[in-house]
Design a protein around this ligand. Sequence first.
Ligand code: MRU
Length: 348
Amino acid sequence: MSAFRSIEWLEEGVVRMIDQRRLPHETVYNDYTDYQSVAQAIKDMVIRGAPAIGAAAAYGLALTAHHSAAHDPSALKAELAQADAVLRQSRPTAVNLFWALDRMAGLIDQPSWQTIEDLQAATLAEAHAIAQEDVAINKAIGQHALELIPDKATIIHHCNTGSLATVDYGTALGVIRMAHESGKQVMALLDETRPRLQGGRLSAYELKEQGVPFKVIVDSASGYYLRKGVVDLCVVGADRVVANGDTANKIGTYNLAVVAHANGVPFYVAAPTTTIDMALETGDEIDIEERSAEEVTHVGTWQITPDDVDVANPAFDVTPAEYVTAIITEKGIIYPPFKENLAKLMAK
Ligand code: MRU
């Protein structure tokens, strides 16, 4: 398994994930053989990031088929439906989870499966396809983005959208990586991304290993740099982009977008079309996950608040489309008006 690949299928019917809660200090791989523990791994953020969650759910179904004791395809389909329902409950905001499960369900529901073995092979092949396509999609996003990045560029990035958040390579962090690999002089300013510090822990880990120049900044420092005029662009990922271009992403993204807008700095969203949800019209309809109080009261095992304080912990926010300069997808870059242009893109 490559240093950053988030998830892999092992021949003996095991799904292996790098435990992202323990990075960067410990590289621990966890093995899974059933969908219940895959759903728990998604909830607990062993694996996280919209595309990675989608791939994990698909492999959760492949595991279910692989280890099933069912005697006929209809019994196996019932087990897979049960697994699908549990996996759907794991995290609500990233649409890639539901996209991957819908794609798997479309395959499973085909009436043509004659044997258990056919269905086992088909679910595994589809999960592999989802994972492999994701890597190619990320590289295409990075290629398209090159025209937006000056030869010398300081770029603010939020959360972790790299290999770890996808299957491999990454979306917004992949854009920075691709720019560096293609010879541009990039300097990334990585928001540390409270409360779970995906920027300070995971994005810093990836860029350090890849030799991409960066500095970790506290989330509240981005406004300082944007106002100073030293930032060329911001690039972030997405958990869900809806029909009008409103975008849900890691909490704090909205603040960054507004300050970028106030300072005339381009704000780009890099996301695969699997993150675009044309079923929702505006960002107000997106289900925003609320996570545990402990993520706020503690940093690691260190409690930073008094005992028994009330906490609110929304994991994502919505950036209205008016603050987004362009959306970079594997099918190309789209600009406002997003309602029309997203519809055209998705029809391609
Ligand atoms: O809570 P997380 O770590 O799963 O949130 C991840 C993000 O918000 C990412 O920016 C998004 O999923 C895009 S990952 C390519």
